[in-house]
Design a protein around this ligand. Structure first.
Ligand SMILES: [Zn+2]
Length: 457
C-alpha cells in the first residue's frame, strides 16, 4: 500500500514536470524591427521644398486654394494599412514607434501615452511619425503585395516619389518612395517607405478618397525593414501627433483611435518544420503546410502583436468532430511589440482523417487555422485535391501549399514553357514574367498536378 502511494506520488510529479516542459515553446521569441532614421532633417527640408513648389503649382492651376483661407474642419483619420484581398491573416502589422513629443535629444523619449515607444538621435532627429511594421514575414508580404497603404483621409495628391530601391535593411541617405496628401484643412499626410513601382497611378493634383489605395508597404529610403512611416503635418508644416493620451492632450484625430497596445494574434499556421525568420532582405522560410498524414508531426506556430507580460494563450487542436485532440497553455513573461512561439506535436495517432482546427484563445478572442489529416493508405479522389495555389492574380510570388512539390514548370497561353523551378521550396518567383495567364505544371507527392495562375501588376 505504502509502496503504491509512493509510486503514484512519483507519477504525479513526473506528470507535472512533463506538463511544464510540454508548455514551454520549442522556439520563437521577440521580433524587433531595428529603429532607423526614417527621414533625415536634410531629406525633410528637401521634401518640404518639393511640397511647397508643388503646392504653388496646384494653386496656380486652381486645384488648391491659398493657405491664408479660413480653415475647414480637420478631417478625421482612418488606419492607413489594409490587408489586400485574397489574404487571410487576422492582422498584418505592429507599431514600433510613435511621434517623439520630447524635443530634447538624444534618448529623451516621450510618446503620447507618456511611454517611450519612439526614438531620437544625437544628430537632433526626433521621430515625427508612426512606424507601422509588417508582421510576420515582412519581405514575403512585400513580395506578395499583401499590405496596402490606403489614404487615411480624403485629399489631393500634393507630391509623389517613386523609383527608389525598396529592400533597404539599414540607415542610408536613399530617397524613399512616398505619397503626400493634402487634406481640406491644409494639413498634409506623408506616407513613406513604399515599394518601388507600387504607387497609385493617380497623378499630382488628383483627389483620393478615404481608404483609397496609395501603394504597397516596402523598405525604400532610410529603413531597416518593410514598414509604413505615416507622418502628419499641419498647414504650417508642424508635426502633429494624431493620438490623444496623457502626454498629448489635443483631441484624437483618429475616427477610432486604436489602443496603445493592440494585443492580437496576427496569424497562426501549421508547418512541416519550424519557420525560419531570416535577416532582411531575404524572405522568411515559412514552411507552411496544411495537409499531413495521420500520426505525423506538425509544427504549430502563432504570431502575436503587442503580447504583454502575463497574458495567457490556450492552444487547442480539435478533431473533425470538434472534440479536443490536445490542449496546452502558454504565458508571456514580458511585453513584446511582436512575438512568436511554436510547438511540434504528433497528431491523430488514433487514425481519424479529416479537417482539423488549430485554435488559439487569447485576450477574449478565438483564432483558428484549419489543416487536413489524411490516411495515406486510403487517399480518395476528393482528398487528393488539396493543393493550394495563391494569390491569383499575383505580382512577384506565387505560393504553392498543401502538398509537397519538387518542381514547377510554367507555361504561357501558347503552351510554351517560360520558366521552371527545381528544388522547389513553396514559392514561385514570377516577377520576371509579363502580365497574363499561365499554366503551372507541378510534380507533387501525389503526382503531376495542373493549376492556372494570373500574373498582374
Ligand atoms: Zn518612422
Amino acid at each position: 500500500m505504502k509502496k503504491q502511494l509512493l509510486l503514484s506520488a512519483l507519477l504525479i510529479t513526473a506528470t507535472v514536470i512533463a506538463q511544464a516542459q510540454y508548455d514551454s515553446p520549442e522556439g520563437g521569441g521577440a521580433y524587433e524591427i531595428p529603429a532607423g532614421i526614417c527621414v533625415s532633417d536634410q531629406q525633410k527640408a528637401a521634401i518640404e521644398q518639393e511640397l511647397k513648389a508643388s503646392r504653388a503649382m496646384l494653386v496656380e492651376q486652381g486645384i488648391l486654394s491659398e493657405r491664408a483661407a479660413a480653415k475647414t474642419t480637420v478631417p478625421k483619420l482612418d488606419w492607413p494599412i489594409k490587408q489586400a484581398s485574397g489574404f487571410n491573416y487576422y492582422n498584418i502589422y505592429g507599431v514600433s514607434n510613435f511621434v517623439d513629443l520630447d524635443k530634447n535629444y538624444p534618448n529623451q523619449l516621450l510618446d503620447y501615452n507618456c511611454g517611450s515607444r519612439t526614438y531620437d538621435l544625437a544628430s537632433g532627429y526626433n521621430h515625427g511619425g508612426i512606424d507601422i511594421f509588417l508582421w510576420p514575414f515582412s519581405i514575403n508580404m512585400m513580395d506578395n503585395n499583401q499590405a496596402e497603404i490606403v489614404a487615411a483621409a480624403p485629399g489631393v495628391i500634393l507630391a509623389k516619389h517613386d523609383g527608389s530601391f525598396d529592400k533597404n535593411c539599414a540607415f542610408n541617405n536613399d530617397q524613399w518612395n512616398a505619397v503626400y496628401i493634402e487634406h481640406s484643412d491644409g494639413s498634409v499626410a506623408w506616407y513613406g517607405h513604399m515599394k518601388k513601382n507600387s504607387l497609385t497611378s493617380k497623378t499630382v493634383g488628383q483627389s483620393v478618397a478615404t481608404g483609397e489605395f496609395l501603394g504597397i508597404v516596402g523598405s525604400s529610403g532610410s529603413s531597416t525593414a518593410p514598414h509604413l512611416h505615416f507622418e502628419l503635418h499641419d498647414d504650417k508644416s508642424n508635426v502633429v501627433d494624431p493620438f490623444n493620451g496623457s502626454c498629448n492632450t489635443s483631441a484624437s484625430l483618429w475616427n477610432s483611435q486604436k489602443p496603445y497596445r493592440e494585443s492580437k494574434v496576427n496569424t497562426l499556421i501549421t508547418c512541416s518544420a519550424a519557420p525560419v525568420l531570416t535577416a532582411c532582405p531575404n524572405p522568411d522560410i515559412i514552411n507552411a503546410k496544411d495537409t499531413f498524414n495521420i500520426g505525423s508531426s506538425v509544427v504549430f506556430a502563432t504570431f502575436y502583436s503587442d503580447q504583454l507580460n502575463g497574458q495567457q494563450s490556450t492552444y487547442s487542436i480539435l478533431r473533425p468532430d470538434n472534440s479536443v485532440e490536445q490542449t496546452w497553455t502558454h504565458s508571456a513573461n514580458q511585453a513584446y511589440n511582436a512575438s512568436w512561439w511554436y510547438w511540434t506535436r504528433q497528431i491523430a495517432t488514433t487514425g481519424i482523417a479529416g479537417v482539423y482546427t488549430f485554435k488559439v484563445s487569447y485576450e477574449g478572442k478565438d483564432y483558428e487555422h484549419k489543416f487536413y489529416m489524411r490516411d495515406p493508405n486510403s487517399i480518395t479522389g476528393a482528398e487528393k485535391d488539396k493543393l493550394l495555389v495563391y494569390p491569383s492574380p499575383a505580382s512577384d510570388v506565387v505560393y504553392i501549399k498543401g502538398l509537397a512539390v519538387s518542381w514547377v514548370e510554367v507555361y504561357d497561353l501558347m503552351g510554351k514553357q517560360v520558366a521552371k523551378e527545381t528544388d522547389f521550396n513553396g514559392q514561385l518567383h514570377v516577377s520576371a514574367l509579363p502580365n497574363g495567364m499561365y499554366t503551372l505544371r507541378m510534380n507533387t507527392e501525389e503526382g503531376i498536378q495542373i493549376s492556372k495562375v494570373v500574373i498582374r501588376r
